[in-house]
Design a protein around this ligand. Structure first.
Ligand SMILES: Nc1nc2c(ncn2[C@@H]2O[C@@H]3COP(=O)(O)O[C@H]4[C@@H](O)[C@H](n5cnc6c(=O)[nH]c(N)nc65)O[C@@H]4COP(=O)(O)O[C@H]3[C@H]2O)c(=O)[nH]1
Length: 701
């Protein structure tokens, strides 16, 4: 721990290594300097001990020799003048010999041998001095015999002195050699220690370098491994780096990057829910994992009804808000351990493992639907968006994850087709249906090019004289090998796939051509009505497309009526109002189809530019026999009258129904009582006015 705190960065470790290098180098340097200085002190000592002492000894010797030589000269000349002249010199030599000896003697006595030689020399020098002093005194007194005797005594002392001096010099030389040998061996020791120190220094430097390299390279290798794993898409790495140094920081950053990448790859950025990739992985893991044999696994597909409308009309920001809110609502409906994912667009999925009872799934699905029933507040506006749910079960429907998803999707489409805002379970028949729908879809795509579409027209007659005032264009598909397919069998598929937009344009063009043809005579007006699908309103150029078709076919706007469904007006959406207002401004009339079957709010009748209400055939057909329905039809007629709208009764099959409608102020009727939808050529043979029909005539029409 301490090590990590002290050497927690690469920088500090390198500084530490350099510090160790510097300390060891300085140590070696100091050691060398100290050793050299010690050696120089030793050499200096040797010099002072031996050389200087020898010089003193030689000075003593020279002084003694000088004094003796001068004394001998005095003895040879025996002149008083010489005695007077040389006696001070002799004394001076002797004094100098004493001085030199005095400085020699105490300075350097090491051992017994030296002491012995020094003692002998000291005694001999003193003796010599005494003889020399006696001789000088004898010469001064001109007592030459006494002088000779003193000289002779001195000669013996000088001889002995010479021997002792030789011995002392030899001893000194021996000591000098020993000191020199000592210095040489010290130098060798220093050099050996220096070598050892250098080696130790190198070993320490190597050990520190290896430790530092290992502390860098190990984590660095793991960091590189981590980077490579991330680069190859492996985002569940167990590699770790504990250090807090620069590599540790790099590793921590890569871990963070890995987490963020995982978030990006496995989660939807808008809702933060798991995305399709993660959902599929979890589904596969759950299916592959140990399973409770009594438990089911549920897969739910959830699609928001009318999401596209919100997105297109209120903008993508509102669409995003809706999706985020939907994600939150879904999340609170599930159990802990379930997974909600956004698969894309408005498509959500829920993975529900360990379902002991199917009723649990029913409850969750109901809870989700109820949650979606609550209003969504987007940009300060209230929006109602329901949802449709499809459910598949493991292992009942399949044990394959892909199938489970596909089946839940099919069930979800079934829920949509069954009126939306509900849930459906997958069943085998759905797969067959789906296969049929797929075949239908691919054939339908080619139906327009192959010219397999036909328009039939069902006449509308006015009360009371049953004059033909217009017709409704109804699409048919003459499918190869099948025959005439009614629109209810293929229009839902065309709407789901978006094919309805091209088909609708084809219908508009054909209907406009027919209207232009039938109104060419200019006698009585024949208004052709065309059904428009909600999907056609989603394309933003609908108004210009209709305008272009009118121009192209020569159809005047007053010859065309556009039929829309009530549900389109429930969108509460400015774009629909704008489009309808544009149609109104062009001179087209707008009719509400299947009026009464939609939702209860009637306020749209005042808000939208509506010319005609088409009472749904279910009301019309029951009105003649059921009092309540009769009252409803009367109420609709009354509302339309108040709002200045025309009413067309659909599905009139009996004379009683026609009479009831006429008596209650309905202006126009349409139904098998007068005519079934007819191919265009047959329209030419229609009578201008239908005779009031008797019920018995119905079968023949
Ligand atoms: N039982 C009974 N039925 C009667 C009677 N009189 C008319 N009908 C049928 O009622 C439907 C009236 O059309 P719709 O309500 O607009 O309902 C239409 C309309 O919603 C849709 N549709 C038809 N053609 C087109 C089209 O070109 N575009 C779009 N978007 N939808 C179309 O398909 C629906 C069904 O069309 P069809 O099968 O042609 O069915 C027609 C017509 O044949 C009657 O007396 N008794």
């Amino acid at each position: 721990m301490t090590r990590y705190r002290l050497l927690s960065t690469i920088k500090s470790r390198i500084i530490f290594a350099l510090g160790i290098g510097a300390v060891t180098t300085i140590t070696i340097g100091l050691f060398g300097t100290f050793s050299v200085s010690r050696m120089s002190t030793d050499v200096h000592g040797m010099y002072s001990e031996n050389t200087v002492q020898l010089a003193k000894l030689s000075n003593v010797t020279i002084a003694l020799l000088n004094s003796r030589a001068t004394l001998r000269r005095l003895q040879a000349t025996r002149l008083a003048a010489d005695v007077e002249r040389f006696a001070p010199g002799i004394r001076a030599d002797l004094d100098m010999a004493d001085r030199e000896w005095a400085s020699y003697y105490p300075a350097d006595v090491h051992d017994g041998r030296e002491r012995e030689l020094a003692g002998r020399l000291d005694a001999l020098i003193a003796q010599n001095r005494r003889y020399a002093d006696q001789a000088v005194a004898a010469f001064t007194a001109s007592n030459f015999d006494a002088a000779a005797a003193a000289l002779n005594g001195g000669a013996e002392v000088a001889a002995a002195l010479t021997w002792v001096l030789r011995e002392d010099v030899a001893l000194r030389l021996q000591q000098a050699k020993a000191a020199s040998d000592e210095s040489t061996s010290t130098a060798s020791r220093i050099s050996a220690i220096s070598v050892v120190l250098v080696v130790v220094n190198l070993l320490i430097a190597a050990a520190v370098s290896v430790a530092i390299l290992r502390s860098i390279l190990g984590p660095l290798k793991r960091a590189v491994g981590m980077a490579n794993n991330i680069a190859s898409g492996k985002l569940e790495n167990r590699l770790t780096v504990d250090s807090r140094d620069e590599i540790g920081q790099l590793f921590a950053a890569m871990k963070k990057m890995e987490r963020q990448l995982r978030q990006m790859i496995y989660h939807d950025p808008l809702t933060s829910l798991p995305n399709r990739v993660l959902f599929n992985e979890r589904l596969k893991q759950t299916v592959a994992g140990p399973a409770d044999p009594d438990a089911l696994l549920g897969v739910m597909m959830i699609d928001m009804d009318r999401f596209k409308g919100v997105n297109d009309t209120m903008g993508h920001a509102a669409g995003d808000e809706l999706l985020s809110e939907a994600a939150e609502r879904l999340t609170v409906c599930i159990r802990p351990g379930d997974t909600v994912a956004r698969l894309g667009g408005d498509e959500f999925a829920v993975l529900l493992p360990n379902v002991q009872d199917r009723r649990i799934l029913d409850d969750i699905a109901r809870r989700i639907i109820a949650r979606f029933d609550e209003r969504f507040a987007l940009n300060g506006r209230e929006v109602f968006v329901t949802c449709s749910i499809g459910i598949s079960l493991y292992p009942v429907d399949s044990i394959e994850p892909d199938d489970l998803l596909k089946y839940a999707d099919s069930a979800m489409y079934l829920a949509k087709r069954s009126g939306r805002r509900g849930f459906r379970y997958y069943s085998k028949e759905l797969t067959e249906d789906a296969a049929k729908r797929l075949a239908l879809e691919s054939e339908l795509r080619r139906a327009v090019e192959r010219g397999e579409l036909e328009l039939h027209y069902q006449p509308k007659v006015s009360f009371p004289h049953h004059e033909v005032v217009g017709s409704e264009a109804l699409l048919r598909w003459r499918r190869a090998g099948v025959g005439l397919v009614p629109p209810n069998d293929f229009i839902p598929v065309a709407e789901e796939t978006g094919l309805i937009v091209d088909m609708g344009n084809w219908v508009l063009r054909e209907a406009c051509r027919a209207a232009a043809e039938w109104n060419a005579g200019g006698e009585a007006l024949h208004k052709v009505s065309v059904n428009l699908s909600a999907r056609q309103f989603e394309s933003h150029d609908l108004v210009s497309v209709v305008g272009a078709i009118l121009d192209e076919t020569g159809c005047r706007p007053e010859w065309l009526e556009l039929e829309i469904t009530e549900s389109l007006l429930l969108e509460e959406d400015g774009a629909i109002l704008t489009t309808l207002s544009a149609f109104r401004a062009m001179g087209l009339s707008i009719a509400i189809d299947d009026f009464g079957t939609g939702y209860s709010s009637l306020s749209y009748l005042a808000r939208f530019p509506i010319d005609t209400l088409k009472i749904d055939k279910s009301f019309v057909q029951k009105a003649a026999t059921d009092r309540r329905h009769a009252e409803l039809v009367k109420a609709i007629l009354s509302i339309a009258r108040c709002l200045g709208q025309e009413v067309v009764a659909e599905g009139v099959e009996t004379a009683e129904q026609a009479v009831f409608l006429r008596q209650n102020g309905c202006q126009v009727a349409q139904g098998f009582l007068f005519s079934r939808p007819l191919p265009k050529p047959d329209m030419a043979s229609l009578p201008r006015r239908f005779a009031p029909a008797e019920p018995s005539e119905l079968a023949s029409r």
